[in-house]
Design a protein around this ligand. Sequence first.
Ligand code: FES
Length: 120
Amino acid sequence: MVAYTVEIVVPEDCEVAGADGTVELEVDESEYVLAAARAAGVWLPADCQQGWCTTCAAELLDGEVDQSDAKRYYEADEAADLILPCTARPRSDLRIRVCQHDAMLDHRAAHDLPPGRSKR
Ligand code: FES
């Protein structure tokens, strides 16, 4: 079993119970980042937890994730360094900036990808 160090950066305008600024945790390669964070008491935002709704979106600042379990994730998301931590498994040590739902919605709308402009 391989575990990676995941550094979670919480922006100032976002409230995450259990995290103040930056937190670091170990996440097994088979675990989703969101579930591991919540198990460690860091209550990251989420809704569907299936890689569909984009509520949990985060910016990948450093590292690599396996996003293959997400129900809706696009190459354009990956190219923009946007990930869905609810269905992201670490493939290296990571640094992520959470609370990027708005950025993800803007990005998806700009690329004509679901949910499109209806949410903007
Ligand atoms: S919680 Fe819905 S996509 Fe992650």
